[in-house]
Design a protein around this ligand. Structure first.
Ligand SMILES: [Zn+2]
Length: 255
């Protein structure tokens, strides 16, 4: 029995002499494992599609507990995404999140569309930190880890004076002293989060953010993932190292 899915390769592992075992995040079936026979032979017709981050349509045949690839075609060939060390670090972070936050068996077509829009936006040169933060916020929403943005997480009051990652979102003025990591937050940042959660990634061109806001957003979301999920953030650690190197003062710059 054959089935056709649209998906992106989130893992690719060499097996035996010439084969590759890929894990796809698909629009139709969530995450699936697929064996691609002979993909590591030179000039194999499916060599390009058996690579991590490849986005394509895949015709699969059931083969015991996993699928086997019968036919595959790229939907889009990334222009810069897999050649640039920064873009690779960002896309690897997003893929790692999808891999670990989406449970086996969960079918999330809207999240799939957002991931593909994020990869396309990165490939087109949009601000990588903004795109990844927006995509991360969508991932949290669709996988059940979203922050509470409309009412105090402690008492339900509609007062958004403070923010607590540990408590799970907005905290009112009265409850803030009782929450260990609650801190005052600018109303503009709460409005930003509410806007972002409603914004498809393809429309991100309408949002303009300062470097300071982007940095806050990025770090807050990473802290959120650390507190609320059991992710092993290996790809993100590489990105954090790159960002730290980039932020170091350079010797040839005037102070
Ligand atoms: Zn409260």
């Amino acid at each position: 029995m054959y089935t056709v899915v649209t998906g992106v390769v989130i893992r690719a592992v060499a097996v035996r002499d010439h084969d590759v075992m890929i894990t796809l995040f698909t629009r139709e079936k969530g995450k699936v494992g697929v064996a691609v026979r002979g993909a590591r032979k030179q000039h194999h017709k499916y060599g390009a599609i058996a690579h991590v981050y490849a986005y394509g349509t895949f015709t699969l045949r059931t083969s015991g507990t996993v699928y086997a690839l019968v036919h595959g075609e790229l939907v889009q060939r990334w222009r810069t995404l897999t050649d640039d060390v920064w873009l690779l670090a960002y896309v690897a972070t997003l893929i790692e999140q999808v891999d670990q936050l989406v449970a086996d068996g969960d079918v999330l077509p809207v999240l799939f569309d957002q991931l593909i829009q994020a990869m396309a936006a990165l490939d087109a040169g949009c601000d990588a930190a903004v795109i990844c933060s927006l995509c991360t916020l969508h991932m949290l929403t669709y996988t059940g880890f979203a922050p509470s943005m409309h009412a105090c997480v402690c008492c339900g009051a509609s007062d958004d004076a403070a923010w607590s990652v540990r408590a799970g979102g907005v905290v009112c003025r009265a409850c803030a002293p009782k929450v260990a990591d609650a801190h005052a937050i600018a109303p503009s940042r709460i409005r930003l989060l509410r806007t972002m959660v409603r914004t498809p990634i393809a429309s991100i061109g309408h949002i303009r953010l300062s470097a300071q806001t982007i940095r806050w957003l990025q770090r807050m979301l990473w802290q959120w993932l650390d507190v609320h999920t059991s992710m092993h953030a290996r790809a993100r650690a590489v990105l954090v190292q790159l960002l730290a190197i980039d932020e170091q003062p350079r010797g040839n710059e005037r102070s």
